[in-house]
Design a binder for this molecule. Structure first.
Ligand SMILES: Cc1cc2nc3c(=O)[nH]c(=O)nc-3n(C[C@H](O)[C@H](O)[C@H](O)COP(=O)(O)O)c2cc1C
Length: 239
């Protein structure tokens, strides 16, 4: 797909050159557009489980691996919020208490980096919704919205993991998506053939989440879809 996009960009450039009747310099520019490696784009996974390296992280790793496989220029990074201190109150302008730790500011440059083409938010289902940690993180992202909509036009996808097969994964996805919409993110669901709202995994599956064949297929389809759409929007920005 990446080479297809590069070729299309080249054809566009070559067309412009021909129309302008320009000479060698422009032709060389077109040549280098063809040969230049495509710019890397990054897909970030945010894991909102308070438990490090557990089932939600597993689901996100599956998503990110599928995203990485879409094209050579797709880079991925998993950020686990587990163990970080992310107080929610500063979102409402309440200052930190004396000595209170806050790990959120160090995430800001990572998220707003223009190289980031997509963000996949993963959360366990807690009583039919996201975890408090995931919500605190998303509330704090208001600062990115205030900062000239730094997440605008990045592609967004959501993963929800519940202990029950129908434990509220879709409700949870909708809840996270409601926040991402407010950032002007471009939301996608899991791509074909499952094609619904996002990745819905069942950690209580006999044998563990790795045996949840359907859920894993939604995770792969989401990762792939996020990367594909991110590559398209990135190419459109460049042309
Ligand atoms: C407070 C709490 C509430 C939960 N509520 C639900 C729920 O409503 N539906 C569900 O399917 N699982 C529920 N679970 C189970 C977790 O979603 C499930 O164990 C998940 O795999 C945990 O993700 P993790 O391994 O990444 O921490 C709940 C767990 C906790 C601790």
């Amino acid at each position: 797909m990446a080479s297809e996009l590069t070729r299309r960009r080249f054809l566009g450039t070559a067309g412009t050159v021909a129309a302008a009747g320009a000479g060698t310099t422009a032709a060389l520019a077109a040549d280098s557009a063809e040969t230049a490696p495509p710019e890397p784009i990054k897909i970030i996974g945010i894991c909102g489980s308070p438990r490090k390296a557990k089932t939600t992280a597993t689901a996100l790793k599956i998503c990110l691996e599928a995203a990485r496989q879409v094209a050579d220029n797709v880079e991925v990074e998993l950020i686990e919020l587990a163990g970080m201190k992310i107080p929610g109150s500063p979102a409402a302008g309440i200052p930190l208490e004396d000595g209170e730790k806050d790990d959120f500011p160090k995430l800001v440059p990572k998220l707003s980096d223009p190289k980031v083409g997509g963000i996949i938010v993963g959360t366990p289902v807690y009583f039919g919704d996201m975890t408090a940690l995931c919500k605190a993180f998303l509330d704090r992202c208001i600062t990115l919205r205030k900062d000239n909509f730094a997440l605008s036009n990045k592609v967004g996808g959501v993963v929800a993991v519940g202990a029950a097969r129908n434990g509220g994964q879709e409700l949870t996805i909708a809840s996270v998506q409601a926040v991402l919409f407010c950032h002007e993110m471009l939301l996608v669901g899991d791509g074909r053939p499952t094609s619904h709202r996002g990745a819905t995994l069942w950690s209580g599956c006999p044998g563990g989440i790795e045996k949840d064949e359907f859920g894993i297929s939604t995770a792969k389809n989401l990762g792939r879809r996020v990367a594909e759409v991110a590559l398209r929007t990135h190419a459109a920005k460049e042309s």
